[in-house]
Design a protein around this ligand. Sequence first.
Ligand SMILES: O=C(O)COP(=O)(O)O
Ligand SMILES: [Mg+2]
Length: 223
Amino acid sequence: MHALAVDIDGTLTRSDGSLDPRVIEPLRTWPAPVVVATGKSLPYPVGLCEFIGMPVRIIAENGGAVYLADDDVLEFTGDRDRAQRVVEQYTDAGHSLGWESVDFVNRWRETELAVNIDQPLEPLREIATSEGMRVFDTGYAYHVTAPDVDKGTGLRTVATRLDVKPSSFAVIGDSENDAAMFEAAGVSYAVANADDTATAAADHVTEASYADGLLEALDAIGE
Ligand SMILES: O=C(O)COP(=O)(O)O
Ligand SMILES: [Mg+2]
């Protein structure tokens, strides 16, 4: 049976962003390791694994943070200082990160920074490029992130640490921050609501959207 790496937003969720409770049991009882791979900061996937009731195996911050309960090691890559410089130039130019004054999106973020998608993307991309960084538009946030770190590098790290091949993973996701993980895995599924980049990178595209698409992919992977 394939190990799994699953994205959160747009993949385990319903269209309103809430977790679809039907995903809990299949993930909890999957007969091989399950990794939650997300752009969100560490506490979100840690909490998700704990509340689902499965070992904490996570790729957070688009690959910037990797933790596996198996070896109990938390590993960071990325360039938070450079992301900070990009964001400072962006705010100096009169833009805002667009979050509430208590910013839970970036508060525990250690290797990159995220901007609200209601803010202008082009100036952010321009500044990021000039600083040697890149921006992932996940449909949920704009992530200012190091160009050599992504969920694909995260999946390779996970595979090495679990002493398996990246190709032993089946992966499911919905957006451009999942594409590198799709390339690294043995088989990849984009849910029907996925963006163009994820759809083009995936081996398969489900008929159903959001968590219904995830459940459809799990059925196919488990056959
Ligand atoms: O944090 C985001 O912007 C998206 O998160 P995801 O990678 O779990 O979809
Ligand atoms: Mg997603």
